[in-house]
Design a protein around this ligand. Sequence first.
Ligand code: FE
Length: 292
Amino acid sequence: MAQIRPVKQIVDGDNLMEGGGFPVRRPFPTPDMDQVDPFLLLDQMGPVDWAPGEAIGAPDHPHRGFETVTYVLQGRMQHKDSRGHQGELGPGDVQWMTAGGGVVHSEMPHPEFFKTGGVMHGFQLWVNLPRRDKMMTPRYQEIAGADLPTATSEDEKVWVRVVAGESLGVGAVIDTRIPITFLHFRVQPGGSVQQIVPADHNAFAWMIAGDSVVDEGGTTAREGQMALFGPGDAVHLSVPEGAEQPAELLLLAGVPLHEPVARYGPFVMNTQAEIIEAINDFRAGRMGAIDF
Ligand code: FE
């Protein structure tokens, strides 16, 4: 018998401006919660309805020591980086970027989207790298939504897109440095799902839309809230039969690193000396520049 994890804490996402000035909803880091080891940050971008010519992104900036995961639900983004890589992200697409030793990139609205305007909605997750991987060669995994595995429960009330990990018998195509679960669930009224989350993982759910009962005690998490799970080896999610709308949520879990975290803006290392080295390397141009 799986032991269902109880909810330890419900956290309201903070409303903030990020990058060049786009609105995000952020459950952590906040003054009260600096991380959910191994996760350093979760931002929900929007949803924001941009007028033509007004969409804002994050122009050239560096990263070192962790991974940035971008998952787009609506809108269209364009990515460029100092290693000559260029990519495009539309609804359902994921970019899993391992910044490793350092990269400079830009995350902007796609020029076409900028022109027309429209709704931008998506996520950025920062996954910490273990000490041994912090200076690894950067790598990218860019997967189109159509190529990301999905599954539907037998009663068709639960749909899941598997970005990382495994759910409803389907495994991910993205490779992670440490075991990570990144699932996007849609649960219809009257639907429920029991998801295995190994006991040595930290786990949380982020509510994108609707409400969901997130443990056996009946704790409800609502849109814009994070449910942080306590000990156990499975998570149980359900939406009451009479609910007005389906619940949409991200379920995230990973093995904690239990390593010291020194963070300064876009650099996340283990020591302050390594942060200073990162700043110096960036200023000296050793993380490159975007030249196209
Ligand atoms: Fe970035």
